[in-house]
Design a protein around this ligand. Sequence first.
Ligand code: NAP
Length: 262
Amino acid sequence: MSTYTLITGATGGLGKAYCRACAERGENLFLTARDGERLAALTASLRTAYAVDVRYFPCMLQDERAREELFNAIRGEGLLFSRLINVAGADIQKAFSEYTQEKIVLQTRVNFEAAVSLARFVLDVRAPALEILTVSSVSGIYPMPYFALYSATKKALEQFFSALRVELKDKNVKVTTVLPGGMPTRKDICEQIEGQGIWGKIATKSPSFVAERSLRAAAKNKRVYIPGLANKLMAFFTAPLPLSWKMKFIAARWSKISKDAF
Ligand SMILES: NC(=O)c1ccc[n+]([C@@H]2O[C@H](COP(=O)([O-])OP(=O)(O)OC[C@H]3O[C@@H](n4cnc5c(N)ncnc54)[C@H](OP(=O)(O)O)[C@@H]3O)[C@@H](O)[C@H]2O)c1
């Protein structure tokens, strides 16, 4: 029986790159995101470009009942999955005092709860071999004032999936978390990268680079993968510095930025 790759956040900049990279590998795809029309258009274009089966189901991932509908739709089609790629995320960035309760729930659930929930679901509909690849961020390496909730959810992903890979070690499941730096996806993110000047450019990799390299890292069952030399060096050389220095630097830099595309 042919198996499928389940991709959340499929219609976003990085999600599309994963769709193409997996389709090029001959993988059948099951896609999800919020917007049904964008999903339908993406599905049609992938079906035209690649000789693979592509299916989709829209889902507001922060909603437990909507996730159950997604799971029921998949169960109804009797599909088995050899790969899950957790891409969906809300990169809301602002001072915490400016958050509404609604935005706290949205960002926490989409970024963390949904990825955990999808991972649990896919264990019930898995092929004999399974890879779980989850998109975190370099923003999860250190606590980030003015990007605090995003940073915390991305750290939580790394912690959770690092623990899960040990639980699933002898069950033919590979578990990898990818920590990208900047990727020019949405317009507001491109402007933000541009505004960071040379540092922004150095830390930026294209979505296709991140997708391709992280799929290779997942095949090697790396626990964590940081795409790009500059981001790897940043993580390595800043590790010994006192956390208070790092957070002071981050606060000064990020207090000037505010974005919310969600
Ligand atoms: N871009 C960067 O610089 C960067 C850097 C590090 C990490 N990341 C991470 O990489 C991932 C993808 O980022 P991106 O730049 O490709 O973002 P993007 O272009 O904004 O795409 C986000 C995707 O997630 C989906 N999504 C958002 N909220 C959702 C919700 N409530 N329920 C279901 N789906 C939802 C969107 O669906 P709709 O299209 O239907 O709205 C879209 O497919 C995120 O996890 C982000 O945190 C990004």
